[in-house]
Ligand binder design. Structure first.
Ligand SMILES: [Zn+2]
Length: 78
């Protein structure tokens, strides 16, 4: 398992996610983001606005995703 924090994955808090693959941690992070969105957590809403701005440019989004994947892959196993 590897660990990344919400704010390392485009979020806004220090909560830790644990997963074996980047796809898995991206999914957990997404679900956490949706939960925070429903709670109208302002810090996460701001972070999501930034992500949405990034998503308007598919190339930039892909580059962001790949840099996060590399970051994840470079992490030591817990
Ligand atoms: Zn968070």
């Amino acid at each position: 398992m590897k660990t990344m924090k919400c704010n390392q994955l485009g979020g806004a808090c220090d909560i830790q996610f644990h997963a074996n693959t980047f796809e898995e941690i991206a999914e957990i992070s997404k679900q956490h983001g949706m939960e925070m969105f429903q709670k109208k957590d302002q810090a996460h809403l701001n972070a999501m606005n930034e992500m949405q701005a990034l998503m308007k440019d598919p190339g930039a989004m892909k580059a962001w995703f790949e840099s996060k994947r590399k970051e994840f892959n470079a992490l030591p196993e817990d």
